[in-house]
Design a protein around this ligand. Structure first.
Ligand SMILES: [Zn+2]
Length: 129
């Protein structure tokens, strides 16, 4: 079973403002509506910051490479906001739909992080393969 990229709720942008600033944002969770059941799906910004470069390993090299080309990530591996890309998968707790999240993480000062959400994509199982 492999995962296929389905509908994107959010696509990368060079002009998007950070969703999270670690020194001033009080909301520690990023939330979006599940594209299937509309329930909120949440992920902690801290987990996106902490995953950082490990995310490619966690996703598996092949899937991470597919995700990079799907999002048009630059060869040098920077996200459009200039940060490093952090990717993770999250499941809707209600309907079990899987999503791939892609965020740009910028360390703007020592231990001060800006997180800009750059991609949310519904994943489906490719049963043909
Ligand atoms: Zn759902």
């Amino acid at each position: 079973m492999t995962l296929k990229f389905a509908t994107s709720i959010l696509t990368p942008s060079y002009t998007r403002r950070p969703d999270f600033k670690s020194h001033e944002s009080s909301d520690k969770l990023f939330a979006f509506a599940c594209s299937f059941c509309q329930r909120p799906v949440t992920v902690e910004y801290a987990s996106l910051i902490n995953r950082g470069l490990a995310s490619e390993h966690d996703l598996g090299e092949t899937f991470a490479a597919d995700a990079k080309s799907f999002y048009g990530m630059s060869v040098v591996g920077k996200s459009p906001d200039g940060g490093w890309p952090s990717m993770t998968t999250v499941e809707c707790s209600n309907c079990k739909t899987m999503f791939l999240l892609y965020a740009g993480v910028n360390e703007v000062a020592n231990s001060v992080y800006f997180v800009t959400m750059q991609g949310i994509t519904e994943l489906t199982e490719d049963r043909a393969s």
